[in-house]
Design a protein around this ligand. Structure first.
Ligand code: FAD
Length: 449
């Protein structure tokens, strides 16, 4: 346990820098039994607990701003041997996402949850946020890749939910309750993860496009005619690219700037015939103005360089100051209309907000980021962002979207939840919370009050 001020400041927050951390203490259990004993004590004494993973969350879910005790899973990071027969691996919740990848890769297997923060995020955090990332278009969300969970309730009961079973049709699958509920119902201490084969051969393209509409046409062409399986279809505007280039001292792969860019990774065969098919597919994209320019990575270094152009967007913006983030999902067919309305709204009502738009276009997921102008006070900036949110979320609702695609609700998006959930749904949320955490001690105030 620690109460050192620097630890309280560090472990009391996540990647959002909106809330001031103020936890009472940080505890670092090493075993599930220690977690259970600690939660029993908290339950007896009415102590609120904030579960903490790698603290890369973008919604304030792991923030402890009200004297809670932070329960960090950082010391529970064991990764057990891969079960080759069932293609699963058992891990403790504090295992780092990338460490799981590295553990499984020599066996030709992977846990396909992949994003820029994988070097810090924990499996427990990924599961608690039902994380998405760059490969959702191919593999879906984290939920699809969890066979079983070990969860400790606030009363100290240790639940073994589903073990490593692929099939178990015996009533309610309780493990699903703890996936994506941001530590509000129980502490995940271990998980049995489903694995899949690593792609045998991949190609990585970076395309310049003349508009969002063209990028979406490229997505259609890619889905319909691409001689490959899509692994990643990521989008960023030129403002995002400029931010990355400045931050990382890199050069654009293109001679002139375009409206936006697509990072496309595909799995395909490695042959002369395949290369010809790829060339033909790209030629059609060029002839139909779906792309204005494009590059293909030819080496490991070039791959890393192209990936960096997308993966460094968040980091490059954060380096410039306070970033206000939204993470919305829309039907893919509505993305262009939404972006047009959004731009019009910003120009007319919020001219001080500079928009940085990027995200997982292939999943209908936009990250809508605003950077605080240097001369503006933080409180004024946040007030403007909240006002813009209200109008933007109305548009999201109108188009049948969601106010949180993959980052969760936490503290940051709590006020927006009613745009995506009905009163009847919220009433069920509250009943489930009450059943599992009657004293409201587990991550109180997160997702809903
Ligand atoms: C640069 C960058 C890029 C990112 N890209 C993506 C992306 O593409 N897709 C995406 O989905 N997310 C992305 N994220 C967000 C973040 O990395 C994910 O939400 C990640 O899953 C959080 O994991 P974590 O271990 O850091 O969780 P934390 O931030 O520590 O916690 C997240 C939530 O889970 C709870 N929690 C943590 N561990 C447990 C546990 N063991 N039991 C119960 N509850 C627990 C916390 O209380 C909190 O509510 C990105 C973040 C950054 C900084």
């Amino acid at each position: 346990m620690t109460v050192a001020p620097e630890d309280l400041a560090e472990y009391g927050r996540d990647w959002t820098r909106v809330y001031d951390p103020a936890p009472a203490a940080i505890v670092f259990p090493r075993t599930t039994d220690e977690v259970a004993a600690f939660l029993r004590l908290c339950s007896e004494h009415g102590v609120a607990v904030v579960p903490s993973g790698g603290r890369t969350g973008l919604s304030g879910g792991a923030v402890a701003a009200n004297g809670e005790v932070v329960l960090s899973l950082a010391r529970m990071n064991k990764i057990f041997p891969v079960d080759l027969l069932s293609s699963t691996v058992r891990v403790q919740a504090g295992a780092i996402t990338q460490a799981v990848h590295e553990h499984c890769a020599p066996l030709g297997l992977t846990w396909p949850i992949d994003f820029a923060s994988k070097g810090s995020s924990h499996v427990g955090g990924n599961i608690s946020t039902n994380a998405g990332g760059q490969r959702v278009i191919r593999y879906g969300l984290t939920r699809n890749w969890v066979n079983g969970l070990q969860v400790v309730t606030i009363g100290g009961d240790i639940l073994e939910l589903n073990g490593s079973l692929q099939k178990n049709n015996t009533g309610m699958e309780l493990s699903q309750l703890f996936i994506g509920t941001e530590g509000t119902l129980g502490i995940i201490t271990e998980a049995t993860l489903r694995l899949t084969s690593l792609p045998i051969h991949t190609e990585l393209f970076f395309f310049a496009t003349s508009s969002l509409a063209a990028s979406l046409e490229l997505l259609k062409h890619t889905k319909l005619n691409g001689p490959f399986t899509i692994l990643t279809f990521e989008y960023l505007t030129n403002d995002c690219l400029e931010s990355v280039l400045k931050f990382s001292q890199r050069k654009s792969p293109f001679a002139s700037a375009a409206h936006s860019y697509i990072l496309l990774e595909v799995e395909c065969a490695e042959s002369a015939e395949q290369k010809q098919k790829l060339d033909e597919w790209m030629q059609i994209a060029l002839e139909n103005d779906l792309i204005v320019d494009g590059v293909l990575a030819h080496s490991h270094e070039e791959r890393n360089d192209l990936w960096a152009l997308r993966e460094l967007v968040s980091e490059s913006l954060a380096a410039q100051g306070l970033v206000y983030k939204n993470d919305i999902a829309l039907p893919i067919a509505k993305l262009d209309e939404f972006a047009t309305e959004m731009q019009a709204l910003l120009s007319s009502n919020y001219p001080h907000l500079k928009l940085f738009l990027f995200g997982h276009l292939g999943d209908g997921n936009f990250h809508v980021n605003f950077l605080k102008p240097p001369q503006m006070e933080k409180s004024e900036f946040l007030d403007i962002c909240h006002a813009a949110d209200t109008e933007m979320f109305e548009t999201v609702r109108k188009f049948g979207g969601s106010v949180s695609a993959e980052h969760g609700i936490g503290l940051l998006k709590k006020a927006a939840l009613s745009y995506s959930r009905t009163p009847a749904e919220l009433a069920i949320f509250r009943q489930i919370k009450k059943a599992l955490d009657p004293q409201n001690l587990l991550n109180p105030g997160k997702i809903f009050d």
